[in-house]
Write a protein that binds this ligand. Sequence first.
Ligand code: ZN
Length: 162
Amino acid sequence: MKLEKNKVGLFNYTLTNEAGEELDASNGQPMAYLHGYQNLIPGLEAELLGKTVGDKFTITVPPADAYGETEERLIQKEVPKAMFQGVDNLEEGMRFEAQAEGGGIHSVIITAVTDEHVTVDGNHPLAGKALTFDVDITGVREATQEELEHGHPHGDGGHHHD
Ligand code: ZN
């Protein structure tokens, strides 16, 4: 059975950045995804199409096919510290949930701090980065009707509902 739309794939992976530093890995607990439902970044899902159990590959995905390019408009400079009511000791690297345009919630990170202002970056932490995946496919199966309705896999390596 080959990976294609409506199939569940399981794979082990190691994710490294351009400097060769490991960012993430499955560590022997294969990750499951439902093909064709945007569970994965586009560049990785495209490479998995047509692959089967035992296939291994390494792929470097450019930012546009991963988490997107860094968008300057999502970086806000000179944000008054007073905007962060109730937070003492604002520091680089702190994350906050912010109201997005259109009403959703998105995560921002503080990237610079001065006496009165901070710079916040609303880009995905992996935006603007080329990502290299080492992939080892360990399973391919039919999705259940429930998985198709939910748009994600259940069970081992997949989504768990409480
Ligand atoms: Zn579900």
